[in-house]
Structures are given as structure tokens and as C-alpha cells.
Design a protein around this ligand. Structure first.
Ligand code: ADP
Ligand code: MG
Length: 409
């Protein structure tokens, strides 16, 4: 795999370098949308700064959310361009399109050490198309913005949060230009390799977040490797249902109950169950700041209530299960942390993960945002990954298209 430093050694001054970044950040609602968590933008700065400092003409491709169609204004990268310029301390030129007249004009006119951000690549149907030819055609247009290989064009893959997608700007474009692995992708992969190699024990995984169906595959492949797996978030209710408990109006994936029941039988060497579920939960009738919240036992959730956080007793149990861990991977908030009265579980678990004397890795866009939003000391964690889906698929042992393509010459 060729590295960014290798590219820089060859000299990048005056060359147009296409960089795929992960700038998929949460925005505020309303007329003037602003970036509410800039973690992924900050994580993209080292590679961009390195290239700009060496006089490259940098063209950044990135996506934002899942726009319904082209030019879905709510998904414009405009607010991201503003924040990027602020953090870089340099001007950011923003194209009005992805590979259209605006992008071509600005790419052709780029000066040495200047940066152009293309509009949301998902505005173009070729980006996510299942049709190889359609994706390839869009990737060719992206590659052409650099002038192509003969004109010094090159591609740097730095969007770790997107490498699990076989998308035009992540995968296909690397088949069309000399390609290099960015520092963020390199660092993320190095940490995740520590988790899949011979992690120091006890190895404890904490999973939460919204959908159990998204995470069953990773639970399946992690269970044999971990000593304990702590389950919170909305997904714990499908497991509680699998144990025969009523979960009221909580999020439940009925079609996953059987699969969860099978997973619950896993035990460690000493015969204790590997999966640890909440013993108490915070419930309310509505997912609002005003709703009256109460703490109930996990086997006594009222029929009209939604489980929205793990309870204080569970936080203690989870913290105790993490106390002697030497390796921890945490993905998915323990509750609806965006609302203060359902944030205590996530905060408590985050503090326990931060206190771990060993390697602690946080993966997942919302989990990383929670760590920052709840005011925790980010330096207390071993690594905060920018990629949720990507890190989970790596841990499952799946091939990441955006990484595999870099291995090819
Ligand atoms: P990540 O991005 O870290 O991988 P997910 O996207 O899987 O995490 O899940 C994050 C979302 O899960 C958050 O928006 C949070 O509000 C939601 N969530 C967590 N617990 C619950 C719950 N009990 N009920 C409803 N939503 C929940
Ligand atoms: Mg998420």
C-alpha cells in the first residue's frame, strides 16, 4: 500500500491531488445550518495540511448524509466548507456541483497550496450506483478533475468512515489514478488490527445504539473473541425480549429475537454468560426533554413506556465489568444521549471506558459525538474512530472495498 508520505516524497507542488475525506458531520436544523460536531473535519486536517504545505492543488471529495436526489439543499456541504476553512486557517473554494462546469472551472484554476471542496458527491447518482459502469463513469469525471495520471493527478484515500462502501469516490476512482493511503486511514487500521490480533485480556466490548439488526453480524464474530459483551442502547430491548421480558413501547426488532436468543447462550470459560444485559432502565412515555422519566427494573417495563437509557444500577454493573479490562471496544450510545435526561447511562459508561488501563477504542459517529458532547476528556481514550460502519465491518473480518483497492498496484 503506497502512503501519503511516499507521494509527498515524489513532490506534489503544482499537482492536482484528489482527496476523499469523511466530512459527514451532524448539522443543526433551521435556516442557517451549522456543524454541531466537527470531529471528522478535524480528523481530516492533517492530510490536507500536509498536502497544502507542500504546494499541492487539493481537490476534496466528500459526502453528507443520504440526500434524496441531486441538489437536495439540506445536504449541501456549504456549512462544512465554512467550518473547514476556519479550522484550516485557509480559504476553501466550494464548487456548486460535483463534476459539472463549476467543479471543472475551479479545479482548472486552482493555485499551488489551494483547496477546492466539491459539492456532496451523493448529489450525483453515479456515486452510490450498483451499476459498475455508471459508477465508473462518475469516477472518471472525478479523476479528470486532476488532469489524470499524465498530468500529475493522484488520489489519496483518507475517508475512513466510508471505506466500507463500494462507491465511486471511494473505490472506483482509485482504479483510475495512482492511489495512496492517507494518514487517517492508516492510523485507524493500525488500531483496529490490535483488536483483531491478540488483544490483551480481559477483552470487553460494549455495544449500544439504535439497531440490533445492524450489529448482529459483529456480535456474532466478536463473541468467540471477547471475555464479556455489554449490551445497552435500543438494541438491548430485543435481547430482553429474547429473555422473555416485556419491553413496553421500546424499540424492538421482533424478527431478530430468535437470533438474539441464540447469542445469549454464549458462555466464557468459567461458565458465566458472555452477554451482559441491563438490570434497570430509564423509561418515559415520549422521547422529549419534558417527558416524565423513571427508573424501572429491566423485567418490569410498563406497557406504555419506552426504554430510553440504561439505569444507574446497570451503569455500576457495566463499570465493574470494565474495571479490570485490558482491551475495550465501545460502539453505540447506551441511550438517547442527545436528550439530557437520557444521557447518564452513556456518560457513565464513557467514563468507565475512559478509566480503562489498557487500549480503549471508541467507534461510531454517534458514540464519538457523545463523548465530545458530554464533555468527556477525549485524550483519556486510546482511540476515537471516525468510522462506525467501517470499524464494525473491519472487526467482522469483512473486506473494506476502499482499503482493498489500495492494495492493488
Ligand atoms: P453509532 O453512530 O455510534 O454507531 P448508532 O448510530 O448505532 O451509534 O446509534 C446512535 C443512536 O441510537 C443515537 O441517536 C441514540 O439516540 C439512539 N439510541 C440509543 N439508545 C436508544 C434507545 N433506548 N431508544 C431509542 N434510541 C436510542
Ligand atoms: Mg450512527
Amino acid at each position: 500500500m503506497r502512503t501519503l508520505d511516499g507521494l509527498i516524497k515524489h513532490g506534489v507542488k503544482g499537482r492536482r491531488i484528489l482527496v476523499r475525506c469523511d466530512l459527514n458531520v451532524p448539522l443543526s436544523e433551521g435556516a442557517k445550518r451549522t456543524v454541531t460536531d466537527d470531529g471528522r473535519i478535524r480528523a481530516s486536517l492533517p492530510v490536507l495540511t500536509k498536502l497544502l504545505d507542500h504546494g499541492a492543488r487539493v481537490i476534496v471529495a466528500a459526502h453528507l448524509g443520504r440526500p434524496a436526489g441531486p441538489a437536495d439543499a439540506a445536504y449541501s456541504l456549504g456549512p462544512v466548507a465554512d467550518r473547514l476553512a476556519q479550522l484550516l486557517g485557509r480559504p476553501v473554494e466550494m464548487a456548486l456541483d460535483t463534476v459539472g462546469p463549476s467543479a471543472r472551472l475551479l479545479a482548472d484554476g486552482l493555485g499551488d497550496g489551494a483547496l477546492l471542496l466539491l459539492e456532496n458527491v451523493r448529489f450525483h447518482p453515479g456515486e452510490t450506483s450498483k451499476d459498475d459502469a455508471e459508477r465508473h463513469a462518475f469516477a472518471s469525471c472525478l479523476a479528470l478533475l486532476t488532469g489524470g495520471e499524465d498530468d500529475g493527478g493522484a488520489f489519496v484515500e483518507d475517508a475512513f468512515g466510508a471505506v466500507h462502501r463500494k462507491h465511486a469516490s471511494v473505490f472506483d476512482v482509485a482504479t483510475l489514478l495512482p492511489h495512496y493511503c492517507g494518514d487517517l486511514v492508516r492510523d485507524e487500521l493500525n488500531v483496529l488490527r490490535e483488536l483483531t490480533g491478540e488483544p490483551e485480556r480481559p477483552y470487553v466490548v460494549v455495544l449500544g445504539g439504535s439497531k440490533v439488526s445492524d450489529k448482529l453480524a459483529v456480535i456474532d464474530s466478536l463473541l468467540p473473541k471477547v471475555d464479556r459483551l455489554l449490551v445497552g442502547g435500543a438494541m438491548c430491548f430485543t435481547f430482553l425480549a429474547a429473555q422473555g421480558h416485556e419491553v413496553g413501547d421500546s424499540l424492538l426488532e421482533a424478527d431478530q429475537i430468535e437470533a438474539c436468543r441464540a447469542l445469549l447462550t454464549a458462555t466464557s470459560a468459567d461458565g458465566t454468560p458472555k452477554i451482559v444485559l441491563p438490570s434497570d432502565v430509564v423509561v418515559a412515555a415520549d422521547v422529549t426533554e419534558e417527558a416524565a422519566a423513571e427508573i424501572v427494573a429491566a423485567d418490569a417495563i410498563p406497557a406504555v413506556s419506552k426504554g430510553l437509557d440504561i439505569g444507574p444500577e446497570t451503569v455500576k454493573t457495566f463499570a465493574a465489568a470494565l474495571a479490570d479490562a485490558k482491551t475495550v471496544f465501545w460502539n453505540g450510545p447506551m441511550g438517547v444521549f442527545e436528550i439530557a435526561q437520557f444521557a447518564a447511562g452513556t456518560k457513565g459508561v464513557a467514563e468507565a471506558v475512559a478509566a480503562v488501563d489498557g487500549l480503549s477504542v471508541v467507534g461510531g459517529g454517534d458514540s464519538a459525538a457523545a463523548v465530545r458532547a458530554l464533555g468527556l476528556d477525549v485524550t483519556a481514550f486510546g482511540h476515537i474512530s471516525t468510522g462506525g460502519g467501517a470499524s464494525l465491518e473491519f472487526l467482522e473480518g469483512k473486506t473494506l472495498p476502499g482499503v482493498a483497492v489500495l492494495d492493488e498496484a
